[in-house]
Write a protein that binds this ligand. Structure first.
Ligand code: ADP
Length: 239
């Protein structure tokens, strides 16, 4: 097994244990959507598009007292090193489900009875942590659509490699490391809306990892907040 962290504490891409990859967020990138966003989270490149709230088709899907969210997370065939077959895999079905559940915590669904909100996530390039990049893009897209939310949601993973807790795992750290724990977080409500886990932590490691995940998520939130503020308030372009 190769070392993922060198003697001076640097990871393969030169980051320290508590550093995020560079993040860039843009909103309003898909003309036909009600809200959309594009995120670069290191080498992950993800587009999220929100359609609705609109009348549900077929009608029997709708609920009389609140909206339902339909979510599709999809990795494009060219998003990975080896071509990924375009049809949805079990992994994509699972990620679509956990992202939908994360969104359901944040959206005021009861404000949109009998309607449906469709959320499409297209991963153009993936490099570990795409579900966390996706939830951040989705929350930017939901904000762009003007849908009422309790809070924004941001995501970033923590894990363990070479027996050290590290923030925001890249693909190689995810695959060759010991642990991967994606965490999505509502920063103002201080609530976790997605928590998955692959590997093994001691109780102490889990606590340390969770603290680091929250610090990382707060940094992602600052970037998201800055993007939205610049788009809607500094330019006077309010929706
Ligand atoms: P996440 O992207 O949220 O970390 P996983 O931990 O399941 O989700 O995947 C880690 C990384 O493995 C992905 O970001 C992607 O780069 C790669 N990967 C996932 N599925 C495939 C696939 N079918 N083919 C090739 N690479 C994949």
């Amino acid at each position: 097994m190769r070392k993922l962290i060198d003697e001076s504490g640097l990871r393969l891409d030169g980051r320290r244990y508590d550093e995020l990859r560079p993040i860039k967020i843009e909103v309003g990138v898909v003309k036909n959507a009600n809200g959309s966003a594009y995120i670069e989270f290191g080498n992950n490149k993800v587009v999220a598009a929100v359609y609705g709230p609109r009348e549900a088709h077929p009608k029997h899907l709708s609920l009389p007292d609140k909206a339902i969210i339909r979510c599709r997370y999809h990795m494009s065939p060219f998003s990975t090193e080896e071509r990924k077959p375009p049809q949805p895999t079990r992994r994509e079905v699972e990620i679509s489900l956990v992202l939908r559940r994360a969104m359901e915590c944040a959206v005021f669904l009861e404000e949109y009875p009998r309607s449906i909100i469709d959320v499409y996530i297209e991963v153009l390039q993936s490099d570990g942590g795409s579900r966390c990049a996706s939830i951040t893009a989705v929350s930017a897209a939901l904000a762009d659509s003007g849908i009422s939310m309790r809070d924004l949601i941001v995501g970033c993973a923590v894990g363990k490699a070479d027996d050290q807790i590290i923030l925001d795992l890249s693909d190689v750290e995810d695959k060759e490391g010991q642990c991967d724990m994606p965490v999505a977080y509502m920063p103002n409500l201080e609530k976790i809306t997605l928590l998955q886990f692959d590997g093994a932590f001691t109780v102490e490691e889990f606590k340390k990892a969770m603290d680091l995940a929250i610090i990382g998520n707060k940094k992602v939130y600052e970037i998201l907040k800055k993007t939205l503020t610049e788009k809607y308030f500094k330019t006077g372009d309010e929706k």
